[in-house]
Design a protein around this ligand. Sequence first.
Ligand code: BES
Ligand code: MN
Ligand code: ZN
Length: 485
Amino acid sequence: MKFTFAASPASTPDAIAFAIPKDGLENSALGLEQEGLVRKAAKAARFEGKTGQTFQTFITEGDAVVQVILTGTGKGNRKDNEAAGGAVVAKLIASGVKHLAIHPSGLDQERLARLLFGAKLRSWRIDKYRTTMPENAKQTLTEITVLDTDMESAKIWQDLSAVADGVALTRELVSEPANIIYPESFVERCQELQSMGVEITILGQEEMEQLGMGALLGVSQGSVRPPRMLAMRWDGTNGAQKKPLALVGKGVTFDTGGISLKPPGGMEDMKWDMGGAGAVAGTMKALAGRKANAHVVGVCGLVENMPDGNAQRPGDVVTSMSGQTIEVINTDAEGRLVLCDALHWTQETFEPEMVVNLATLTGAIIVSLGNEHAGCFCNDDGLSDTLLAAGTTSGDPLWRFPLTAAYDKQINSPIADMKNVGGKGAGSITAAQFLQRFIQDGVKWAHLDIAGMVWADKPGPVWDKGATGFGVRLLDQFVADNFEQ
Ligand code: BES
Ligand code: MN
Ligand code: ZN
């Protein structure tokens, strides 16, 4: 989607959008010859300006016939404005409208920027594999002219636009099938970040063998795709922030379950088992894109989990890079095996002050929270509070779960230091307890189980059905609130 900013559009737009707050129809000044008619028609159609509500009609303006779309901004909060922008795009993206003008509608810069952010987020889709898509389903809207010249250079819009670009990278990585995105090609897609000033380090299989990453490599050994560890470092502080914030993502580019094979129904969903790594990559793009004043390193543990003659077996004991040994009871509990080595390597290499890891780790978190919150597991109340707050403001919500010695005990193994599954209940918590065993003393750590949030079966306010890009807006907000003052 191309956004341009002008006092008036260069060519006649196919439609013009106005933002209307709840019950604000009467007092709206649209600047149209037939605005009285528009107001009457909207009222008759019960348009009240509720968040996400839209009203469309056609009027004449001079000799031209123009489509008018009103979009409700409700109470005018951040999420309302984002949803209003999203709603316009959702209505128009495949409507035949090619060029949309957005009227600033008296919104202040912050609110207008949020509306545009919602529009940009909602406009992302992936049609590249649909060669026989009917004409009337194809995207038509490709150009948005914002009837405001200040906005173009406004920092608030520049920054939000960069965040939307980060979200788009995450959605792309998540949506691509596993024959296209596998460890090597995931890394390849992240190379573009280098030109934005991100320093990239890649570990191949041999290096990981030398480092003793037996847990990650055990997962990978059933696949013909070689694993990768990808680190992306952004320092916008010029060295002032010595210890980085580390973001660590689970990047299982496909999870068959391995020898503990998953049932076939819905297995195709496991192409998005790299959603944690995708969110980390997208966040790094967002931070670099808006030149965030923070030092952040994003690490992705990338493997494919396949059944094969060389695959690991239930009962195998592997030695992680930390030296701790793990009895692999279930080869489908592979995410924690990948993350434990990624987490250990990250702490050894970058000495972060704080680590936040993201993973589509357990089906159990979907049983607990559905698709409304990601689970947050944290060893520090302050960190948890700031993450939850960033979740609420950003629109990527979190809910905290407990960690205790009683849960931890469930993963003791009779033959090794631990096993990779716990008892019957609390599957998300015992998975988090497993990860915590790899967090070094003094490191503040949070694990976000995002299994219910990465993929949506129906469209949301700022995403279409499919990949949501969950985590990018959250982490960007978290960095802005806690590292950039
Ligand atoms: N990637 C899955 C978790 C998952 C399930 C994500 C559904 C998204 C949707 C993970 O690797 C897994 O298989 N977890 C197992 C753990 C179990 C074997 C202890 C699970 O949740 O069933
Ligand atoms: Mn699994
Ligand atoms: Zn998995």
